[in-house]
Ligand binder design. Structure first.
Ligand code: DC
Length: 233
């Protein structure tokens, strides 16, 4: 598949994956969600009981068959041929553990390889924490999305059908800030904007406004949209 590479990085719940998916649909590209790879490794290692087993983690990871399968405008992560359900991948425990396994060099190397092999042909929007800095440093367009922790907590609670005015709000803010700190301060591939990334603060923007901006930038950088989706604008 030809086309440019759009890298979208940013903290947890900043709207990266929803945005990356919508941009992919608008451009006729495919969305590569790198967080799902870390989440899938966390899910599988939790389920099979080797996440906290230092002696077993390395060999089990090496044995793990980690592949991406293209489905319409996105990639499905398969672990030993099996895809975890969405609910399992988005569960709070999986998210917390994913942030921890993502700090491990052997995990990052594995994911880096899978992402590069899949994305190098272009025509991909890839979202994560280190996409513009480490995974695809030559991406034609790099975006760094930010939003206040309160706004991100509000969105996340709504996404899960909860009440942002309820007691879970401050716990969500705390949990997001804890993950941001860990992702930004780890020594390996920390979450930082690439020097040539364009930062977009989405706190006061609607999802459509964010997508419109990125699509306009992608067209400026040489993307040629393929008009094959029904909601192509
Ligand atoms: O984007 P997400 O919330 O699904 O990511 C899950 C975890 O994986 C997150 O805590 C940070 C980590 N991650 C990473 O370190 N690098 C990436 N490129 C993507 C995700």
């Amino acid at each position: 598949m030809s086309g440019i590479l759009v890298a979208i990085d940013g903290p947890a719940a900043s709207g990266k994956s929803t945005t990356a998916r919508s941009v992919a649909v608008r451009l006729g590209y495919c969305h590569l969600n790198s967080g799902l790879l870390y989440r899938s490794i966390a899910w599988c290692s939790l389920r099979d009981g080797w996440i906290d087993a230092p002696g077993r983690f390395g060999p089990e990871l090496e044995r793990l068959d980690l592949t991406l399968e293209r489905r319409d405008r996105e990639f499905l992560v398969l672990v030993n041929g099996e895809a975890a359900g969405r609910g399992l991948l988005t569960a709070p425990e999986t998210a917390r553990r994913a942030s921890r396994v993502a700090a491990m060099p052997e995990v990052r190397n594995r994911v880096l390889h899978v992402l590069r092999v899949t994305g190098e042909e272009g025509g991909v929007t890839c979202d994560g924490r280190d996409i513009g800095t480490v995974v695809f440093p030559a991406a034609e367009l790099k975006i760094f999305l930010v939003a206040s922790a309160h706004e991100r907590a509000r969105r996340r609670i709504l996404e899960h059908g909860g009440d942002p005015a309820g007691p879970a709000f401050y716990e969500e803010v705390r949990s997001l800030e804890e993950r941001d700190l860990r992702d930004a301060n780890r020594s390996l591939a920390p979450m930082v904007p690439a020097a040539d990334a364009i930062q977009i603060d989405t706190t006061e923007l609607s999802p459509d406004e964010v997508v419109d901006r990125i699509v306009a930038l992608a067209l400026e950088r040489g993307a040629e949209p393929v008009d094959e989706s029904p909601d192509f604008a």
